[in-house]
Write a protein that binds this ligand. Structure first.
Ligand code: PGA
Length: 251
């Protein structure tokens, strides 16, 4: 049984004064059956971990360097995120792949650093609109998966997120058939590479304009084990609505 995962991605948003949202969220959903995770700006991880140590929510980072320490001005390592109390790190988000030109091999090296630090890597893959229109979606995702996912991946240290670039922050979402096609493909690819045991145990998230209004239908798609949520994770009511829909899908 794969435990469902509701993962928020605050991106470069939030100050210590915004952490009150987590009080509202966890008071409204004190006993979620799903795992609830917020990937915060690095500056907020330690204060959030201290303040919400007893709450049913864990915290993660949004990127890290592949090295443990060294002369890399401005970067944080997986060990540092762990030291701050993080349990997960998002890697290879399309915003990093695009704006920072992160390639699959860099994502893989970071994922190895994350698993070596004892954290869980949430690796993102997804196609552009041009790729989809050119019917290249599955080829592209297959390539990103083989390039970005390290051989050490297991259901315990790794989560895979399908995020079509054209659906991120746009209010557009794929059809449920399109999501099902990609998630079934990702499951089959994982089983081919890692065997059925590991392939079946990895959680597959959908991300891109998930909100309470579309969460039910997305979570009913086979092989969707949760969501990676950007904009809607900033508001307790919206993220709470998504947690509630995911708990209901568990049913
Ligand atoms: P969105 O972002 O939910 O705002 O579309 C998703 C993401 O970038 O992870």
């Amino acid at each position: 049984m794969r435990q469902k995962l509701a993962a928020g991605n605050w991106k470069m948003n939030g100050l210590v004064s915004d952490l009150g949202m987590i009080d509202t969220l966890t008071s409204a959903h004190p006993k979620p059956s799903s795992e609830v995770l917020l990937c915060l700006p690095a500056t907020l991880i330690a204060p959030a971990v201290q303040r919400f140590a007893k709450a049913p929510v864990s915290f993660g980072g949004q990127d890290c360097h592949a090295e443990t320490s060294g002369a890399f001005t401005g970067d944080v390592s997986a060990a540092m995120l762990k030291d701050a109390g993080a349990t997960h790190v998002i890697l290879g988000h399309s915003e990093r792949r695009t704006a920072y030109d992160e390639q699959d091999d860099a994502v893989r090296a970071k994922a190895q650093a994350v698993t070596a630090a004892g954290l869980t890597a949430i690796i993102c893959v997804g196609e552009s609109l041009e790729d989809r229109e050119a019917a290249k979606t599955l080829d592209l995702i297959g390539g990103q998966m083989s390039g970005s996912i390290p051989d050490e991946a297991t259901g315990g240290n790794f989560v895979l997120a399908y995020e079509p670039i054209w659906a991120i922050g746009t209010g557009l979402t794929p059809t449920m058939d399109q999501i099902a096609e990609v998630h079934d493909f990702m499951r089959a690819q994982l089983e081919d590479r890692f065997g059925e045991g590991i392939g079946q145990s990895v959680r597959l998230l959908y991300g891109g304009s998930v909100k309470p209004a579309n969460a039910d239908e997305i979570f009913a798609v086979p092989n969707v084990d949760g969501a990676l949520v950007g904009g809607a994770s900033l508001k307790a009511e919206d993220f709470g609505g998504i947690v509630k829909a995911l708990d209901a899908a568990e049913g």
